[in-house]
Design a protein around this ligand. Sequence first.
Ligand code: PD2
Ligand code: ZN
Length: 285
Amino acid sequence: MEKKTHISVELENWIRNTLKTGVHPEAIVNGLIKKGYDTRLAYRILLNIVANHPVSASNTSYQYETPELGIRENVLYTSDREIRVLMRNEKPYVLHLDNVLSSEECDRLISLSMGRLQPSKVVDPKTGIERSTAGRTSHGMYFSLNENSFLTTIEKRIAEITNIPMEHGEGLQVLNYKNDQEYKPHFDYFPSSKVDPEKGGQRVGTLLIYLNDVPDGGQTIFPKLGLSIVPKKGTAVYFHYTNSLGQVDPMSLHSSSPVLKGEKWVATKWIRQGNIYPKPVKVHS
Ligand code: PD2
Ligand code: ZN
């Protein structure tokens, strides 16, 4: 049975009313599990309802949770790197991280992507189909997961930084913005009607790794926060926008401002709730 990742307002109201009639919460948890909810999520839903917090994905304010990578403090240690936290914002959860890739790794990603760049697309919120738009004028390409041993090193590092399994990540995307090119304000999460539980469900977070220093413009901007991150080669910004109840955070609206001088190269890793790939992926050692 397909795993459910969030509940409707109707189901939330039904649970609230049923609890008032004296039905034991455990019976409701078991009902949710039978309906296809993961055990932890079923308990979480019940705990929140009992504590009188709203839980359905729509119509309610986002409940903030600290993502796994936020539990660590000033330095994140991976098996091959020491990554300092440069800046942290809690709501929405945004981290700026130093030293995620070496200068050589940045250059290598750029050179591997050259020759494969195509005009960037967005997912149409009405149809769910990718299309070009004036709001996203960069060029980009996707690597497949573990395309080669170099990509595997990067994918493994990202999984260790985020504490989210590599199979939850979409293929690494490299983007190139030339003069005046930009990505207008948008959300990285899907509209709820376009979430596919068979393909990992909703996106939960994004890691953007800056592959070069941009002389002017090209900042990643969070307009609702008044926050602007200036690209610096090898650093990365992580932001998290879906909680364990499947709610999404509208405060995570963000953009890439037009490049004013030089060009911008960035690698984007979009991460989902679950495993995107039906079969186990071959890992290069
Ligand atoms: O290139 C960026 O800074 C940027 C900003 C906002 C990239 C994305 N979103 C993205 O790829 O989703
Ligand atoms: Zn984005």
